[in-house]
Design a protein around this ligand. Structure first.
Ligand code: TRP
Length: 443
């Protein structure tokens, strides 16, 4: 018998912790900025409600029925060993995401420490660009901070479901919620912040004509929810039969979305109030934002809080990705949790070296004109995640018998269940397939 969550709220907070991460703060702000602000937000909300949420429910129900690791869960759900392959693809994908996600998480930790010690504020004015580039192009530093946050994640996962993952999230997630709310209130009270709110919420209808909008919005929905890498399959494996899946999944999807919007309201109004460039890519969090903080009264006090938020949000997501692999190592390969955790941390660190060095020693190694880290991010978000989502939809919607699949997801034979199944069988696979083919340049 595998371990289970101690309480429903512990499960929900841990799952929101998995969903809320760099995707909500660092990625949402810049993808929205690059894709027309308000129009991006509307497209994003549409995808989350009609495709993201149904897939969260599908992953959780596969997981709970398997009551084990991802590979076992797919085997049970698919009714034959062939379906194991999907499980292994997802575990591999989780390791791949972790390999570069931990690099950016490491940057956030480095900035947290720098903001606390005051080191970050010394290079004032226009020089922040140089500060950032100097750090990420260092041959050793990014690797050090990446290893540090990976080790912290390893300690938590080695602690187990209740004593490690659940306990940390019970404390950290409410705290992060308060922090992001406080930052948004502060940012919205700055003179001139209205332009930032308009940028995030006001629709520029012409952006709907751009196909890249849909790829970006679906990719962001998958990444931000944390779909397609078996995080929900794994966390669902520790879920008791008494928790209703649809309500829990809706809470998680809503929590993730609200968090992204509030984080956007913490970042954009401040950026606009002080005349920063909103579509600055990753530099938005690491260059534009520190610059802005320095111009604000109390900014050097807010700095550490912002980078703590970024680091801690990344940590709870890394833990979920790590758990996907650790659960497999312990159930399928018989490794004890402790040993399994450190073995996986070592593998991720090895896999992550090229990403950590991709703006430094390996900056010359470029694919499609981009550094290694950006390539992995785009390949995973725009291709592997949607593909895994498609496979989950086919399994849950078509392979498992209708009444069984409805019962596994706690819907029963209800109209809500029919709507869910319609999305899983038709809307989600077709939308994902069209967007995948588009991104491959086929249609
Ligand atoms: N959802 C997290 C974020 O927004 C990252 C993440 C965790 C993730 N688990 C995932 C992304 C699984 C894709 C798949 O930052």
């Amino acid at each position: 018998m595998v371990e289970q969550w101690k309480s429903r709220s512990g499960f929900i907070l841990a799952t929101i912790g998995a969903a809320v991460g760099l995707g909500n703060i660092w990625r949402f702000a810049y993808v929205a900025g690059e894709n027309g602000g308000g129009v991006f937000l509307m497209t994003y909300l549409f995808f989350v409600a009609l495709i993201g949420l149904p897939l969260v429910i599908a992953e959780l129900s596969i997981g709970r029925r398997g009551a084990s690791d991802t590979v076992t869960a797919f085997e049970v759900a698919g009714g034959s060993t062939r379906w194991r392959l999907i499980g292994w693809i997802m575990v591999g994908g989780a390791l791949l995401i972790l390999s570069y996600y931990s690099v950016i998480a490491g940057w956030a930790v480095r900035y947290f420490v720098g903001a606390l010690s005051g080191d970050l504020w010394q290079d004032a004015g226009e020089k922040y660009g140089a500060y950032f580039e100097g750090f990420i192009s260092n041959d050793f530093e990014p690797l050090f901070w990446q290893a540090l946050i990976l080790i912290v994640s390893g300690v938590v996962v080695a602690g187990g479901i209740q004593k490690g993952i659940e306990r940390l999230n019970l404390v950290l997630m409410p705290l992060l919620g308060l922090i992001v709310l406080g930052l948004a209130v502060f940012s919205l009270t700055l003179p001139g912040s209205g332009a930032g709110v308009r940028f995030l919420l006001a629709p520029d209808w012409s952006a709907f004509g751009r196909p890249s909008l849909y790829l970006a919005a679906l990719g962001q929905a998958f990444f931000s929810l944390g779909l397609g890498m078996a995080v929900f399959v794994t966390y669902g494996g520790y879920l008791s039969a008494s928790t209703r899946i649809p309500g829990a999944a809706a809470t998680v999807a809503a929590g993730d979305t609200v968090f992204a919007i509030v984080a956007g309201l913490a970042i954009f109004p401040a950026v606009f109030a002080l005349g920063g460039d909103p579509a600055a890519g990753p530099r938005l969090a690491f260059v534009v934002f520190p610059q802005i903080l320095l111009q604000l009264p109390g900014g050097t006090f807010i700095g550490p809080i912002f980078f703590f938020l970024l680091s801690a949000a990344a940590l709870t997501s890394m833990i979920s990705l790590l758990e996907v692999a650790v659960a497999c190592a312990s159930h399928r390969m018989g490794l004890a949790r402790n040993r399994g955790s450190w073995a996986i941390v070592a593998i991720v660190l090895a896999l992550g070296v090229p990403s950590a060095l991709s703006y430094g020693m390996l900056a010359e190694v470029k694919l499609l004109g981009q550094p290694i880290l950006d390539n992995i991010d785009q390949a995973v978000s725009n291709f592997v995640l949607p593909l895994s989502g498609l496979l989950v939809a086919v399994l849950v919607g078509w392979r498992i018998e209708r009444l069984r699949t409805l019962a596994d997801a706690d819907f029963g034979d209800t109209w809500l269940g029919a709507v869910w199944l319609w999305s899983i069988r038709t809307l989600a696979p077709i939308t994902i397939a069209v967007i995948l083919l588009r991104s491959l340049g086929v249609v």
